[in-house]
Design a protein around this ligand. Structure first.
Ligand SMILES: *Cc1c(COP(=O)(O)O)cnc(C)c1O
Length: 404
């Protein structure tokens, strides 16, 4: 096939509509190249990327150390299966253990799969430790945990569940940030609380330190495991390596994915020894999980994150970006609230955000809208003040044209 014939936005959009299942509301461009915080479409237009593949490309596009690690590993060994020990998998597990509360790691391929593993591990541990009727998982309204059947059930939003019933049993929902509701929902059947430290998909929702301390205390008192879904908040996104560090609490189980592989598809389930020991050979498995290629990418990402001062940079640039968004909020009444942590920031609007996202794209800025009216900003952690200034200038133009 002639590469140049097909490589235009229009050609790829048209062909894609013919052969790719219609599950995404895609914008009408095809992205074909990236470098740092910039991506190019098939027509050669460049964009400032403040979405980063939905909080995946924390180091930006094609970070030289990630590229080098993938190239070297691809030439050495791509896949062998988990019937054998895998060098980069062991090394990545060691780094994750060294830099978190956890003692053991299980590797999988996505966030949903990590949460599936967490649900299985929590149930097995609880049954073994506390008795056969401890199976229920409490999750939060407006949460997001993935798209498999168990994880759409954990995701307490009807729009993700509609038409896919019957759903697995054993989940109960409470409002996020409401300690009293959580306390009254916990019963003798409850085995775990599954919660995002900052709700991502649900609109970048934050709870305060007192809430998290209360959640941890409740979990300990009532013999309930605490599972943090850090699929989106992990790997420096909130200015700490893991978001739980912001609140002075620790879970017993944590799930990771998105930024872990710098774009290579990898997820992970982490736990304390006490809990992880509930899994025995045969209890849980996946063919691709933690294969040499993706764990080599994960190793490169972890090394850059912990050795190159990126966490301090994220905190600083996040505060700068936030102050610029607050300036915009003071001038444009359509912005109801600015919120977030580190470089996980959002502007809640008084209207549908989709037209704003489309107008920003037109002007060369990629952002995203979630929960209908929330503009979400999860740029690469490596962005500069100049990148922020450029993004804010485009946003300002778009808001001016929106007439608010
Ligand atoms: C994206 C996300 C998931 C799902 O991850 P996938 O890799 O798409 O399966 C789960 N939890 C949270 C908090 C997420 O942001």
């Amino acid at each position: 096939m002639e590469k140049d014939q097909i490589r235009s936005n229009q050609a790829l959009v048209e062909q894609g509509k013919q052969v790719v299942m219609n599950t995404y509301g895609r914008l009408p461009i095809a992205l074909v190249r990236g470098q740092g915080a910039t991506v190019w479409d098939a027509d050669g237009r460049s964009y400032l990327d403040f979405l980063a593949g939905i909080a995946v490309n924390a180091l930006g596009h094609c970070h030289p150390q990630v590229v080098a690690a993938l190239q070297a590993q691809a030439a050495e060994l791509i896949h062998v299966s988990n019937l054998y020990w895998i060098e980069p998998q062991v090394k990545l597990a060691q780094l994750l253990v060294d830099h978190s509360f956890a003692d053991k790691v299980f590797f999988c391929n996505s966030g949903a799969e990590a949460n599936e593993g967490a649900i299985k591990l929590a149930r097995k541990y609880a049954k073994k430790t506390w008795g056969p009727n401890k199976y229920e998982i409490i999750t939060m309204e407006k949460s997001f945990h993935g798209r498999t059947l168990a994880t759409i059930t954990a995701t307490a939003q009807p729009k993700y569940q509609k038409d896919f019933d019957p759903l697995p049993a054993g989940f109960r929902y409470v409002p996020f940030g409401d300690l009293a509701a959580l306390e009254s929902a916990i019963g003798p059947q409850t085995c775990a609380i599954l919660v995002e430290p900052v709700q991502g998909e649900g609109g970048v929702n934050i709870a305060d330190q007192a809430y998290w301390q209360g959640v941890q205390k409740l979990a300990a008192e009532k013999q309930v495991l605490l599972i943090f879904d850090e699929v989106q908040t992990g790997f420096g996104r909130t200015g700490k390596l893991f978001a739980y560090e912001n609140f002075g609490v620790q879970p017993q189980i944590m799930t990771l994915a998105k930024a872990l592989g710098g774009g290579a598809p990898i997820g992970a389930l982490l736990a304390t020894d006490e809990v992880a020991n509930a899994f025995q050979p045969g209890d849980h498995a996946t063919t691709f999980g933690g294969n040499p290629l993706v764990t080599a990418a994960g190793l490169a990402v972890m090394n850059v994150l912990v050795n190159e001062g990126l966490l301090a940079h994220t905190e600083k640039i996040g505060a700068y970006f936030r102050s610029k968004l607050e300036d915009l909020a003071a001038r444009f009444s359509l912005i109801r609230e600015v919120r977030g942590l580190g470089l996980m920031l959002a502007c809640e609007l008084d209207r549908d955000g989709a037209p704003i996202v489309a107008a920003c794209l037109e002007k060369g800025l990629i952002i995203n809208c979630t929960a209908g009216s929330v503009l979400r900003f999860v740029p690469p952690l490596i962005i500069s003040e100049a990148d922020v200034d450029q993004a804010v200038a485009i946003l300002e133009q778009v808001l001016t044209e929106a007439g608010a």
